[in-house]
Design a protein around this ligand. Structure first.
Ligand code: PHE
Length: 454
């Protein structure tokens, strides 16, 4: 079959680009504060179950929908289920991608401020309290975060218009391994801080008495968010996969890499937070307060090291965020480009422009627009809640129903086994999960959270 859509260049490129989408602020920023707010170890256990039982099969489904249809996520449903309402799953995904990109870029922008701060050695001789007040002052400033937000979206825009292979793939190949090494170094630093063992305990000793429906919803939402699932992101990437990409193995690699990095991030943040007496439920500000302190404390006798490591870390964090924003942007850009028949560059401009506007509201909602609340939440929190905890799991539920019930079984098996050439050991289990377990589990978590069961 001839197709003029570009492909990723290599097997490693496929895994790294998908892992680049998955690994981002979700692992290093969102996972620790969600785990911190929901009691630590018990949340993490539920999270792991969500990743491997719900996440893996749904990821394989997204892959197969994308590769089979070779279209953007809404187009994919039109190809595989013509004239049916399934395309709304695609539309919802595109909308979710757009909304996530808007508030995610706010936090991604913060990483740029921290690069600058690390670069001018602004962390030196500061205490934990200084970091806290500095972060509050910065995030509530009406101008500075906006400049970074716009800067970050323009960087994303630039990579998107350069195209798939040159931009995304080349980028992920260098970045991911570097980030991983630096994270490992930081784990050791954090564990060496005095009093860090309390943080390790928080991570490893589950307290099930704190588990309620909110913990389940939080863990499920975090699993979808962190794996970039439920909005057609990996589906869009898979439309650039080649015919011999092993879908189930790629999904497994991405799941393992993503989870590993989240747990390592936890091993950096919690020991550090407990060591300086910062509460683990500090919320979205958690890593921006604890981390600069780790760099200061861990290398007390060697300021050069603390300078180099902090600068490198924020650069890599920004790059990890960038590989994720690229993937969200790509979902929306591919959709507008292919469905409305306008050029890729023009489509990308609309997406970037729209996200700048929404992102400004999200950013200001942490400062001067603090008093504006919808359903009790400011824009930033509302966007996060609606996307991660509602739209992504709902998207995941529909994706599993679509693959489990709607799609022809032969087609599904054919895609997962690459036309029968691959042996996939869990194929039957995978289909069983998609048909029954995933939709029922997601529905139960929703119903439970809405209080309909109590
Ligand atoms: N998975 C990304 C992260 O952890 C965020 C993301 C969500 C990316 C949804 C794409 C789609 O940072």
């Amino acid at each position: 079959m001839k197709n003029d859509r570009v492909n990723f260049g290599s097997k490693l490129g496929v895994i790294l680009a998908s892992a680049g989408s998955a690994v981002g602020l979700g692992n290093i920023w969102r996972f620790p504060y969600e785990a911190g707010q929901h009691g630590g170890a018990a949340f993490i256990l539920i999270y792991l179950v969500c990743v491997f039982v719900l996440g893996m099969p749904i990821m394989i489904s997204e892959f197969l929908i994308g590769r089979r249809s070779r279209a953007n996520t809404a187009g994919a449903y039109k190809v595989l289920a013509p004239h049916s309402p399934w395309r709304w799953v695609g539309f919802m995904g595109v909308l979710a991608g757009f909304l996530i990109l808007s508030y995610y870029s706010v936090v991604a922008g913060w990483t740029l401020e921290y690069i600058l701060e690390a670069g001018v050695n602004g962390f030196a001789h500061k205490s934990a309290t200084d970091f806290k007040s500095a972060f509050i002052a910065f995030s509530q400033n009406p101008v500075r975060p906006l400049v970074w937000l716009i800067g970050f979206l323009l960087m994303t825009h630039y990579v998107i218009v350069k195209g798939v292979k040159k931009g995304i793939e080349r980028f992920s190949k260098v970045m991911m391994p570097l980030l991983f090494i630096l994270i490992l170094i930081l784990v050791f630093c954090s564990l060496s801080l005095p009093g860090s063992n309390k943080g390790v305990e928080f991570l490893l000793h589950p307290d099930f008495s704190k588990v309620n429906s909110e913990v389940f919803l939080g863990a499920m939402g975090q699993a979808f968010f962190s794996l970039s699932l439920g909005m057609g992101c990996l589906c869009t990437y898979a439309s650039y996969f080649s015919k011999d990409t092993n879908l189930s193995r790629t999904a497994f690699s991405v799941g393992v890499i993503d989870t590993f990095i989240a747990i390592l991030a936890g091993l950096i943040i919690f020991p550090a937070a407990f060591s300086v007496g910062i509460s683990p439920d500090a919320g979205p500000s958690l890593i921006f307060i604890t981390l600069p302190n780790v760099f200061q404390q861990a290398f007390i006798g060697a300021p050069v090291l603390s300078y180099i490591f902090s600068l490198m870390f924020y650069i890599l964090l920004a790059l990890a965020a960038l590989t994720s924003t690229i993937s969200m942007h790509e979902v929306v850009t591919a959709f507008i480009h292919e469905e409305f028949d306008i050029s890729r560059t023009a489509a990308a401009r609309w997406v970037t422009g729209g996200c700048i506007v929404l992102g400004i509201f999200c950013s200001l909602s942490l400062g001067i627009l603090q008093h504006i609340k919808l359903f009790g939440l400011g824009f930033f929190d509302l966007f996060d809640f609606v996307t991660a905890k509602i739209m992504l799991p709902l998207g995941g539920m529909f994706i599993s129903l679509f693959t489990g019930w709607y799609l022809d079984r032969k087609l599904v098996e054919d895609e997962v086994t690459n036309g029968g050439t691959l042996k996939v050991p869990f194929l039957k289990l995978y289909i069983f999960i998609l048909k029954y377990i995933a939709p029922i589990a997601i529905a139960l978590i929703f119903i439970n959270e809405l209080g309909l069961l109590s």
